[in-house]
Design a protein around this ligand. Structure first.
Ligand code: FES
Length: 129
């Protein structure tokens, strides 16, 4: 059962979706997983209060990169409000495998960076949840 999820994670890691940068993004943020030093950033294009385009860039382990790749697909087309409300459990469900405490940090880095970018765009401060 986990094999299918493992395969999916590796596929996103090897063939990341929406990897790259946008010219003059409307919202952007970068952060680092302090446990390992891996970095992740998002560039987001917003039109009509909706995520019209989204790219990520970074380097890190399979879990962090795959979760970012999956998150771009999940967030694309959502309104800013909807995307800013995405929850940890949705990221865990996408990954679909049990995660140790340090892997949880890897998995949630992308969600944190996405939220920081969107909160900043909305003029609010993201304090974590
Ligand atoms: Fe660095 Fe996972 S080991 S983000």
């Amino acid at each position: 059962m986990y094999d299918m999820y493992q395969e999916n994670i590796l596929d996103h890691y090897r063939n990341p979706r929406n990897f790259g940068a946008l010219d003059a993004p409307d919202a952007a943020a970068t952060d680092v997983n302090t446990l390992c030093g891996d970095k992740l950033g998002f560039h987001i294009r917003i039109a009509d209060k909706t995520i019209a385009d989204i790219k990520f860039m970074g380097q890190g382990c399979a879990i962090s990169q795959a979760s970012a790749s999956m998150l771009t697909e999940l967030a694309l087309g959502k309104t800013i409000e909807e995307a800013a409300k995405l929850e940890k459990d949705e990221v865990f469900a996408m990954l679909g495998i049990p995660l140790s405490a340090s892997r949880v940090k890897c998995a949630l880095l992308s969600l944190k960076v996405l939220k920081v970018a969107l909160y900043e765009y909305m003029g609010k401060k993201y304090d974590g949840d």
